[in-house]
Write a protein that binds this ligand. Structure first.
Ligand SMILES: CC(C)(COP(=O)(O)OP(=O)(O)OC[C@H]1O[C@@H](n2cnc3c(N)ncnc32)[C@H](O)[C@@H]1OP(=O)(O)O)[C@@H](O)C(=O)NCCC(=O)NCCS
Length: 135
């Protein structure tokens, strides 16, 4: 599912990122966890990666914020409340880590994600263009 959401990364990169996230508790980095949903047969139907960030656009800069790093539900399971349940679990996780705000982002050409976020109570705080330059 990670590969479907982020097709540019290799399988090795996905595995390395998952291991990194799971071992980050208690270290200097902020923790990241992967929440998953299962269908009635016990197969994975979706996932949400949530972590803490020291700050996020539009949020109170004085405290860490829960950040949605990745959110995906398999196509055949969409529109049935799975994404909402994953988001609720992520918000609980963030609250339990002392957060009072949740943040996320989406590509500008992903209107479905924008609508899903706004349906779940997120407000748009900014629209960005990201630049890079080799040094
Ligand atoms: C975004 C995504 C995770 C939502 O999962 P889902 O299981 O379909 O979401 P839910 O069924 O729980 O819907 C939650 C709310 O969002 C709304 N919603 C979800 N997808 C929507 C869409 N494409 N268009 C409009 N509204 C949408 C639902 O109507 C629902 O609101 P409601 O309860 O008021 O009706 C799923 O569509 C997905 O995996 N998309 C492809 C990957 C992606 O874009 N991820 C986000 C990257 S930032």
């Amino acid at each position: 599912m990670r590969a479907l959401l982020w097709p540019d990364a290799s399988e090795q990169e996905h595995l390395a990122e998952l291991e990194e996230g799971q071992s980050s508790f208690g270290q200097s980095q902020f923790p990241v966890v992967t929440l998953v949903s299962e269908d009635q047969r016990g197969s994975l139907s979706g996932f949400l990666e949530v972590g803490l960030r020291s700050h996020a656009d539009g949020c109170d800069t004085r405290r860490p914020v829960g950040f949605v790093e990745g959110w995906f539900v398999r196509e055949e399971h969409r529109g049935k409340g799975v994404g909402r349940e994953l988001m609720c679990a992520a918000e609980e996780w963030a609250r339990a880590h002392g957060c009072r705000e949740m943040a996320s982002d989406a590509l500008i050409d992903n209107p479905g994600s924008e609508r899903a976020h706004t349906a779940l109570g997120f407000e748009i705080v900014d629209r960005c263009i990201h630049f890079r330059k080799a040094l």
